[in-house]
Design a protein around this ligand. Structure first.
Ligand SMILES: Cc1ncc(COP(=O)(O)O)c(C=O)c1O
Length: 444
């Protein structure tokens, strides 16, 4: 396999995390050292050294999930080993855990321009979306039964809404334009006296398009309708301030921002009514029961702290790399179209449709070449159905099926992009050579 020079050392001391498993001591682990990911601390050379040591496999699938930052692991490790208490208990270990919980809440609240008491910890983006939709629908059902959403939401929004429809709620799906953008005026027109909730994602997970959330929020504020946005893809990538966005509810996931999987947040604006969906010991002020996942929450807060640093500089670095990749790919390969908006999109997102071939085949060939991209969202890529987002944007089923998504992260390098650009033309050409569609069009 031709490849960027890999560093095959598995015992790289910079990544040694755990002490000997026989160590029963409750003392903090002091032997671990971590390499820093230094776009956060400013040193360019560290980014390069990280990238070199980590490019055994090139990772261009950051919308599916991100690697976990060493600083995050370090923070979590402390909670597993030192601060293992139950945050509901009044003794010292419990108080220590509670302190971590509340510090984490403060960090996340600050990053959103919210109040700490408006932050509810969940098990991830899916649960946050479910809680927002079911919680508001149940709390406001006496007022009305109409909910507005878009055609391109994540299944974590669409599936709960389908369930609510089976229970008698009326759901209006707002279409998008060819770029995947919702027109706020379409939402205004869809409002009825029975509308209780609108859920529109901040940025789309397939084409990265950023929705006019501020404008939609203004309309809904005036109309007195609760507004939820799924910010799983945008948080810590672009600015996500709940006041500027005019939202009442906002979903976050840890593993999309270099934090751990299985932890997330639902921001709930003070005064927004919400029926809890997980009942038990009354944690999170009764809004979401279950012993708090302190390691996950502390890891999430660390990822947020780091993620918020140099947000625009990091975005700019990724954007430059992305635009270079786009320009070169379109120059080197014929019959490729670019999906989504040219500028109103997340800095790392690219989505292309390759004529005559399937995105899934490209993904597998790139995987053989040591590069991870996606042909859909991670949650739905097990099905070979074309992405509903691309179909909603008006792509033909063939173009939707021929698409791949490339999502870059701050640790990606030009060297990695150049390697990708070197291998992709050959992959596309070899797949087209065996494609019946290509032959039908008169190519040999
Ligand atoms: C837009 C969006 N919402 C929600 C989710 C679900 O988040 P989680 O994986 O944390 O459950 C995802 C994950 O892909 C997503 O992209």
């Amino acid at each position: 396999m031709t490849h960027l020079k890999p560093n095959n050392t598995t015992s790289d001391e910079n990544f040694t995390i755990f002490n000997s498993p026989n160590n029963n001591s409750r003392k903090p682990h002091t032997s671990h050292t971590y390499r820093k990911y230094d776009i956060y601390t400013g040193s360019q050379s560290h980014i390069e050294s990280y990238a070199k040591s980590h490019t055994k496999y090139i990772y261009f699938d950051h919308s599916a999930t991100t690697p976990v930052l060493p600083e995050v692991i370090e923070e979590m490790n402390k909670c597993f080993t030192l601060y293992y208490g139950n945050a509901s208990e009044p003794h010292k270990p419990g108080r220590e855990a509670k302190e971590i919980l509340e510090n984490s809440r403060n960090i996340i609240a600050k990053s959103l321009g919210a109040k700490p008491e408006e932050i509810v910890f969940t098990s991830g983006g899916t649960e946050s979306d479910n809680l927002a939709l079911f919680g508001v629908a149940e709390a406001y059902q006496k007022k009305g039964n109409h909910i507005i959403t878009s055609e391109i939401e994540h299944p974590a929004v669409h599936m709960p809404l389908k369930k609510l429809a089976r229970k008698g709620f009326k759901i209006t799906y707002i279409p998008v334009d060819k770029y995947g953008i919702v027109d706020p005026q379409d939402i205004k027109k869809a409002i009825t006296p029975k509308t209780i909730l609108v859920s529109i994602m901040h940025a789309n997970n397939i084409v990265g398009t950023i929705q006019p959330i501020e404008e939609i929020g203004k309309i809904l504020k005036e109309a007195g309708i609760v507004f939820h946005t799924d910010a799983v893809q945008s948080y810590c990538t672009i600015e996500t301030n709940v006041e500027k966005l005019n939202v009442d509810l906002l979903s976050i996931s840890g593993h999309k921002i270099y934090g751990p999987k299985g932890v997330g947040v639902l921001y709930i604006r003070k005064g927004t009514k919400m029926m809890p969906q997980i009942l038990g010991g009354g944690h999170e002020k009764g809004r979401r029961s279950g012993t708090e996942n302190i390691p996950g929450i502390a890891g999430l807060a660390k990822a947020v702290e780091l993620g918020q640093k140099n947000l625009s500089q990091k975005g700019e670095k990724i954007r430059i790399l992305r635009d270079y990749l786009k320009k070169e790919l379109l120059r080197r390969i014929d019959d490729v179209s670019f999906n989504g908006h040219p500028t109103k999109r997340l800095p790392g997102n690219l989505n292309f449709s390759f004529k005559y071939i399937e995105g899934e085949s490209i993904v597998l060939r790139l995987d053989d070449a040591g590069i991870a991209v996606s042909s859909g969202s991670a949650c739905s890529s097990s099905s070979l159905k074309p992405s509903h987002t691309l179909v909603a944007m008006g792509l033909s089923p063939e173009d939707a099926a021929g698409s791949i998504r490339i999502t870059l992260g701050f640790e990606n390098t030009k060297e990695e992009v150049d390697y990708f650009l070197d291998v992709i033309p050959g992959i596309v050409e070899s797949l087209r050579r065996i494609s019946p569609l290509f032959k039908v069009k008169g190519h040999n």
